[in-house]
Write a protein that binds this ligand. Structure first.
Ligand SMILES: Cc1cc2nc3c(=O)[nH]c(=O)nc-3n(C[C@H](O)[C@H](O)[C@H](O)COP(=O)(O)O)c2cc1C
Length: 200
């Protein structure tokens, strides 16, 4: 049976536009996969800590030499990775804040990129170990960036996920949300049409 992991990162929690678009997609997916399992992780409500030297050192330490505190850090990261491993479908709510991804999403990314666990280096370069997944990204932005050099998110998120082996990534954009009510409503209904087509 299919498992879907829904990751949201809006500081407005469920009220965020990226969260609401993600939710609409998940509802459509659920109708299509009535027996499917849905796992939700709200990265804003329950944020991963920033990666610091102590936490990164926990990843590097040999398992038999880890302190209890280091074991806890690794266990937390392992839980996040296990959620990803188990899911065939991953849904990511992606707000744009100050020209970048939410800091809570970056902190999460920093806990799932683990050498030897989610990627490994080979003679032919890095190989991602989280393969066979389909990722749907719902990007909400106040302005318009898609397809321009100011879109700092699309390439970065695609590259990061690809580095971990998640190469099938589809983006749906809701842009111009801060420009005016008409622009906002038009963008949201376009995004909803697109996401409905994805679960058809
Ligand atoms: C703190 C903050 C920073 C923002 N920075 C940008 C920005 O740099 N570019 C932009 O187009 N919109 C920006 N916005 C508008 C958001 O992208 C827009 O509100 C979008 O709906 C956020 O997604 P969310 O509703 O899922 O949180 C910002 C909003 C907030 C609250």
């Amino acid at each position: 049976m299919s498992t879907l992991l829904q990751l949201t990162s809006s500081l407005f929690l469920n009220g965020g536009q990226s969260s609401q678009l993600s939710e609409a997609f998940v509802e459509g997916w659920q109708r299509k996969h009535p027996g499917g399992t849905i796992v939700k992780r709200d990265l804003a409500a329950d944020p991963a800590p920033h990666l610091d030297a102590e936490r990164f050192g926990s990843f590097l330490a040999r398992p038999e030499e880890r302190t209890p505190a280091q074991h806890e850090v690794v266990a937390f990261s392992d839980r996040l990775i296990e959620e990803l491993r188990t899911a065939e479908v991953i849904v990511l709510g992606l707000p744009m804040y100050n020209f970048g991804i939410p800091s809570v999403l970056k902190a999460y990314f920093d806990h799932i990129a683990r050498a030897g666990v989610t990627f490994r280096y080979t003679e032919n370069g890095p190989v991602g170990l989280l393969t066979g997944k389909k990722v749907y990204v719902f990007a909400a932005r106040g302005g318009h960036y898609a397809g321009t050099p100011l879109d700092s998110q699309t390439g970065y998120v695609r590259d990061f996920l690809g580095f971990l082996g998640m190469t099938e990534v589809e983006f749906v954009y809701a842009e111009g949300l801060a420009i005016g009510e008409a622009s906002k409503q038009a963008a949201l209904s376009r995004a909803r049409e697109q996401l409905a087509a994805l679960t058809d």
